[in-house]
Design a protein. Structure first.
Length: 423
């Protein structure tokens, strides 16, 4: 009898584990959606435990640069949406027009394989933030039939989506902050000249590119419903971008709703999670026909924003320590404390041998902010401390840049303080 009870217990336990596993989100990595120029472009698929049959396409992009390191979002799949997180080729190797073409290919690829992932090909939404919002909005306004004569059957399919929601997307590069404020690789976007390509070198070329790459000039009555959230104090993408898009949508009878966050910048307000939940309701309405408790008004409205509390650096010095001459090697975010290096760089290589901390960093020739010598520079210190953050390693045996050195016993406070930084 006791053996039978034990068997029943373990059977129940194992079944519980299986049930928990079934509720987990499945991630399928590096699905290739396009190949060209010797490069494979990929997307990751997040399959929810209880899929609702619709799909969300999320475009990963910041300044038209895209990286697999930026993939870290299960919000949509937690809501039941099978999520396709798309990474594109980055500028300046790829120009914006080429990136847009690749993303049309991504939508067609997803539609072609929708059944494999349990998604209705007629229920696809698209989302993105900033440059990712711009690229997503290009899909929303310009998505359509493929080429019936294409050699690849995938390219014959439609790239249209059925709903769209974004945070502060650029919509009009010919009127960036004010009327006539052309930003096609000049002015406020001069640093992105390479993203627009050589055509942006002339006024005529900039005019052509500005119209081709600005969603506002492609607004049409058949486009999917669009929801935009934008801060009216955004110093990078003016809120006029959202206002222009809303105005043009109304002129052609396209469904659009804009929420302006008063005092909101380029992100960074506490209500962003609330706004994300509202976007989820937008997709629920237009992809699943689920009415929200608070109806959408399809108007331009505003609401206050609260600045999000900034996280303090992972490691800081007290005023007294600063006065005594202590310096941080890096605070978990930058390496600005070491040899003048600044910016969001990875920490230099370090190791501990014979009680001394050895810091080594390779400086590429001509690298901004560093010596630019193309050699390895080294500093050694006998007094140091190491403070862990994020996914830092625990105490380990090998004392190196992949391990966890102990605090030097020579002093009560370190001469250098190091925070492990995980990108």
């Amino acid at each position: 009898m006791q053996s039978l009870r034990r068997f029943a217990f373990w059977l129940t336990f194992l079944l519980s584990l299986c049930s928990l596993r079934a509720q987990e989100i499945q991630r399928i990595r590096d699905v290739v959606y396009a190949r060209h120029d010797g490069v494979a472009l990929t997307l990751d698929v997040y399959k929810p435990a209880k899929p609702n049959g619709a799909g969300i396409i999320k475009i990963i992009s910041g300044g038209w640069k895209s990286s697999h390191a930026q993939i870290n979002d299960t919000r949509w799949s937690q809501a039941g949406y099978t999520t396709f997180v798309v990474v594109h080729g980055s500028q300046s190797r790829y120009q914006v027009a080429e990136i847009v073409a690749d993303l049309h290919r991504a939508v067609r690829f997803i539609r072609a394989h929708a059944s494999r992932y349990g998604v209705d090909p007629g229920k696809l939404g698209v989302t993105g933030t900033s440059a990712g919002g711009h690229l997503s909005l290009m899909l929303a306004t310009r998505g359509g039939p493929g080429d019936p004569q294409a050699a690849d059957p995938i390219d014959r399919l439609s790239s249209a989506v059925q709903a769209a929601a974004f945070f502060y997307p650029p919509t009009d590069y010919l009127n960036w902050f004010a009327d006539g404020d052309n930003a096609v690789g000049i002015g406020r976007l001069a640093e992105y000249a390479g993203a627009f390509g050589p055509l942006a070198a002339t006024p005529e070329g900039r005019e052509k590119l500005g119209r081709e790459l600005s969603p506002v000039y492609w607004v049409n009555s058949a486009q999917p419903p669009v929801y935009i959230v934008h801060g009216d104090a955004d110093p990078q993408v003016s809120v006029t971008q959202a206002r222009r898009f809303f105005k043009r949508s109304g002129e052609v009878g396209a469904k659009c709703e804009v929420l302006v966050r008063e005092g909101g910048g380029h992100g960074g307000w506490s209500e962003m999670s609330e706004d994300g939940a509202r976007m989820k309701e937008w997709f629920d309405l237009h992809l699943l026909a689920r009415e929200p408790a608070r109806p959408f008004t399809f108007t331009l409205s505003s609401a206050p924003s609260t600045p999000a509390k900034k996280k303090p650096p992972a490691n800081t010095l007290t005023p007294e320590e600063t006065a005594e001459g202590w310096r941080l090697l890096f605070d978990g975010q930058t390496t600005a404390g070491w040899r003048g290096y600044g910016g969001a760089e990875l920490p230099p290589k370090w190791e501990v041998r014979d009680g001394a901390l050895s810091l080594m960093k390779y400086s590429p020739p001509g690298a901004a902010g560093g010596e630019g010598t193309g050699i390895v520079t080294t500093d050694e210190f006998t007094d140091f401390d190491c403070v862990g953050i994020g996914n830092s390693p625990s105490a380990a045996t090998a004392e190196s840049s992949t391990a966890w050195p102990k605090t030097s016993p020579n002093r009560t406070r370190p001469a250098w303080s190091i925070s492990w930084w995980t990108p």
